[in-house]
Each structure stands twice: as C-alpha cells, then as structure tokens.
Design a protein around this ligand. Sequence first.
Ligand code: FES
Ligand code: FE2
Length: 376
Amino acid sequence: MALARRLLDHHQAGTTDMAPDIMRQTMDAYLDEERWAHEVDKIFRHLPLPMALSLELPEPGDYRAITKVGVPVLIVRGKDRKVRAFINACSHRGAPVCDDGHGHAPSGRFSCPYHAWTFNAEGSLVGVFGSKTFGDFDRDTAGLTELFCEEHSGFVWVGLTAGETFDMDEWLGGFAERLQSLDLENWHLYEQREIPGPGWKVTWDGYLEGYHQAAVHPETVGKNTIANLMTHDTYGPHQRFVFGRKSLGELADIPEAEWNPDDHIRLIHSGFPNFSLSGILGGFCLISQVYPGPNPNQTTTIQTVLTAKKPETLEEIAAADEFSEIGRVAIVDEDYALGFQIQEGLAAGGNEYFMFGRNEPTIQHYHNMVAKYSAD
Ligand code: FES
Ligand SMILES: [Fe+2]
C-alpha cells in the first residue's frame, strides 16, 4: 500500500525517486582488464552468492553442480536435509565428481568418473577403487573441499573461497525480510536457461533501472509499465525498486481501503552483486543471476522462471509459456542485443565516462557498492 501511494504521488507530480546528483563513471570501470579482475575477485569470490534456489534441491540427495567465475561448485542436500557446497574436484586428481546441472545422487553418493573414488553428500571419501594397491593414506583428510554454504530466505548462498565464512543475517540485513515475504521455497521451478551476455556492468546496469522500459521493451516487459517512474529503497548493498503499471493512475479514483496494490505495481528485488528477482505479473516470477565470464566483455545469465504453483491445465501452461517467452525475448532480443552493441563500441573512445541520472539511483548505488566491496 505504502509503495502504491509513493508511486501514485510521483506519477501525479511527474516525479520519481531520485539521487541528489548525476554520477559520472569513467570508462575504465567497464574496460580495464586489471580493474575488472580485481573487482570480480573481491566481489564474486569473497562475498556470498546465491548459487541455487532452495526449491532446486528439495530432497536429500538432490544436487546442483555449477561452474562460475572459475570455480566448479557442487551443492547437495544431505540426509540430514542440510545443504552443503564443495569445490567439485576429486581429491585424487581433480576430476569433477559429477557434470554441471541438476540431478539426484542415488543413496547420496558421487562416484568420480576418472578412477571411481566415491564421496557421500557430506563430502567424505567413502570408497577408493583398488584400495589395496593404491597405498595407505588418511582418508579423513581426503574429502571434497567444503565451501561456506547456508540456506537463507529461499536461496542457497555459497562462498567461493574455501575457509571463508559469512554471517548471512548481517549480509542480508533488512533485505532478508523482503525476500522472505516472497515465500520462494513454495514456488514451482518452471524453466531455467543460460544466456550469454555482454560485459558484467553493461549487462547489470540494464537490470537496475526503468528508464529504458518504454524505448527498449514496448512490446514485452515494458508494455504495461510506466517508464521513468520508480520507488527506490536500499538495504545495505541490496536494493528494492518498484515500477508502476500503466493502470496505476486509476488508483486516484478509488478509496485507499479498496486498493489492490499488486495489480498496479511491479516489484524488483536486486541482491548484490548479481541477482534480480522480478514479479512481473501475479503468479509468475523471473529470477536473473548474472556471472562474469572469462573476460570483461562476457557474462552468463541464469534465467529462472517460477510459477506460483505447477501449471496443470493447458491454459495454465500456455500462460506460463507466454510469461517465460516474454522474459527470454526481453533479455535476449532487447536488452542483450543492445548491450552487445554497447560493449563492442566501448573501446572506440566515444565516451569518456557514462552518466547515471538522478532518476537512476539504483545504478549509482550499485557502482558505489562495487567500489566499497572491491576496496583493498
Ligand atoms: S580423479 Fe577422481 S578418482 Fe581419480
Ligand atoms: Fe531491460
């Protein structure tokens, strides 16, 4: 209600939540390879990342293996229902103990494809093929290397550097409550895809503002959204911003007691450093996780479509497909098509700096947080 009120007030006044000033960001933030490597290391390898949704691993033995920013990770739910994460590299000679993707390990065990050593869901080495001839060694110290891993607010958070731990309550702060209000554990995973994208910041900037909605997305995600209108709230490094739907103005003629705000607003939860959760239409949710690729010009996005419940009827399936396709087209054909063009021209010297307007407080906040968390 409060958000709808804020948006309606802005809408009527022709304003939006704004930063105090325009911010300028010099191009080395986008182009400098050394700076990029330093920031990626500090931010993606030394902060907790939401590498899976809890609902992707509902049962003991369920796992997800995923390799991002150079770290192969195996996330698995144990018999005790606790989720753990390991570097997916066998203690014998480094082979991944399973391929990337989702799966279920029968009896919670992983058998290395190279020489068939086996590990359980707690990461312990439980079988050595031909052990009589291999020789003696301390098996207790030959388990998989464990990483920080904690389920919190619907996500599985993983720290990509062994030995580092995090206080998730502290890291999420008030953002946790916002995420928990979405009740993510109880949604249904409808579809998931990986999308190649342009560089990290060119890509991510586009997830942070509504200023481009009308120009870039008139037939997809911007179709029902009022461009250049949003509320902006920060929770430490994390952000929530809210757009108004084109029906927002109708609220002016309805007594507040009769408002159904969900019909008129669109919430985006943007977690630092790389995920965006967008409830575009009631009953559907689009989650995007963007990971830097091997160089400053490439990223991979994991795009996940959730439905409030498993679609059963042909009609429900068609509606889910339509939502999923809108999300895919908006990102692949619209945002990233433009992003690749921007990325390609970046080094040509056309820009000395980029400007983030007062109406783009979200991008300003993100770049400030990158500076903060990559500082030595
Ligand atoms: S590398 Fe895994 S068993 Fe040899
Ligand atoms: Fe966009």
